[in-house]
Design a binder for this molecule. Structure first.
Ligand SMILES: *Cc1c(COP(=O)(O)O)cnc(C)c1O
Length: 365
């Protein structure tokens, strides 16, 4: 028997604590005199034999701290991976050979690319659906092994009813997965809404500082947890100890970062909607990501996003700094996403500074 049995871990914390408190209090060392308040970074490829860890690919105390926090927040058992897509690949390994996966056509483009690649290799069938149509995911779920929900979608910001979709998909025998990267467990706890697995790109809001790649999958039940943990062990999609530390440290401030960025996002939405150079603003009403299209389309979007001085022109999202990009600059972006669509990941800067920069950038449209 190699590796650790995570069920051995004591559950110190009451599940009635609020997410804000769990983000701060979970995943801490025992309170013995002189122990640090934070689980330290443990760079180890191997461990002295006879314990529960044994080898660096099987386990790491710094991963466990991160997993304990995310597991507490999502209400399940978490497995940390090297990136969000590594977590997605692990979750897709739960699909039996040749079976179908239903996915929103505007799910994260890496997820769709991963699914299409698996389909091309003959491993599974993909059904891409338009989630602006009511019950699209459920209607495509007959005989499907998995329904993959992403809500809101990236970058179309479409929202689906997770509870309703999960219930209907489960009666059809499909495993229900939710990519909760945009909403975070502060807004939406999919396992409580009936999902089987939650995945995150922890690279984004959970870690929150644009300095670490990480992913995590959270299982509602022990059997699924074991499969996901075994996948990591066998496929080697292991996070680094430093990344695990940074991601855990980032999680401590998730609630304040999220609230502040969401507040900035809401104010930005109002200002953008009233701006004469802006044609279309999309925002699901919560969260830290919004999109807009300049009146001048793709060319204007390119000019605007490269004219900012405070806002960084960069891909990715969920960091403390505001970033934006024209999404169609990516080859793989679906052509149903408009040429001029700018995705904005709103950070925690002072709003006056943020708006002043966005306004001067829009003058370049
Ligand atoms: C970025 C992202 C991913 C992929 O995560 P990585 O950490 O980049 O591998 C998956 N889902 C969503 C919604 C994302 O935004």
């Amino acid at each position: 028997m190699v590796g650790m049995a995570r069920s051995d871990h004591p559950q110190h914390l009451s599940s009635s604590l609020t997410p804000e408190t769990l983000a701060v209090a979970a995943g801490r060392p025992d309170r013995t005199p002189d122990s640090p308040l934070n689980v330290p970074i443990t760079p180890a490829s191997t461990y002295v034999a006879g314990g529960s860890l044994e080898y660096g690919r099987y386990g790491n105390p710094t991963w466990e701290a991160f997993e304990d926090v995310v597991g507490a927040l999502e209400g399940g058992r978490a497995v940390m991976y090297a990136s969000g897509l590594a977590a997605a690949a692990a979750v897709l390994s739960l699909v039996p050979s040749g079976r179908a996966v239903v996915v929103p056509r505007h799910a994260y483009n890496g997820t769709v690319a991963l699914l299409r690649d698996a389909a091309r290799r003959g491993h599974l069938e993909v059904r891409e659906v338009d989630v602006t149509q009511p019950r699209a995911l459920v209607d495509a779920a007959d005989d499907a092994a998995m329904v993959w929900i992403e809500s809101p979608t990236n970058p179309a910001l479409e929202v689906v009813d997770v509870a309703e979709t999960a219930a209907a998909a489960r009666t059809r025998g499909a495993l229900v997965v939710v990519d909760n990267t945009f909403a975070t467990p502060l807004v939406q706890q999919p396992l409580a809404l009936g999902a089987d697995v939650v995945v995150h790109s922890a690279t984004k809001l959970l870690a929150g500082h644009s300095d670490a790649l990480a992913g995590v999958a959270v299982a509602a039940d022990d059997a699924t947890y074991e499969l996901l943990e075994t996948y990591r062990r066998l496929h080697g999609a292991t996070p680094g100890a430093l990344e695990a530390y940074l991601a855990t440290r980032g999680l401590r401030t998730l609630a304040v970062r999220f609230e502040r960025a969401q507040d900035n996002a809401r104010r930005l939405v109002e200002r953008l909607a009233a701006h004469p150079e802006v044609a279309d603003v999309r925002y699901p009403g919560f969260g830290t990501v919004l999109t807009f299209e300049p009146v001048g389309g793709g060319v204007a979007a390119h000019r605007v996003t490269t004219a900012s001085r405070l806002v960084v022109c960069a891909t990715s999202l969920g960091g403390v700094e505001t970033t934006w990009e024209r999404r169609r600059r990516w080859e793989g972006e679906p052509h149903t996403i408009p040429e001029g669509l700018v995705r904005v990941s709103v950070g925690i800067e002072g709003f006056a500074d943020l708006w002043a920069d966005v306004e001067q950038a829009l003058a370049h449209a």
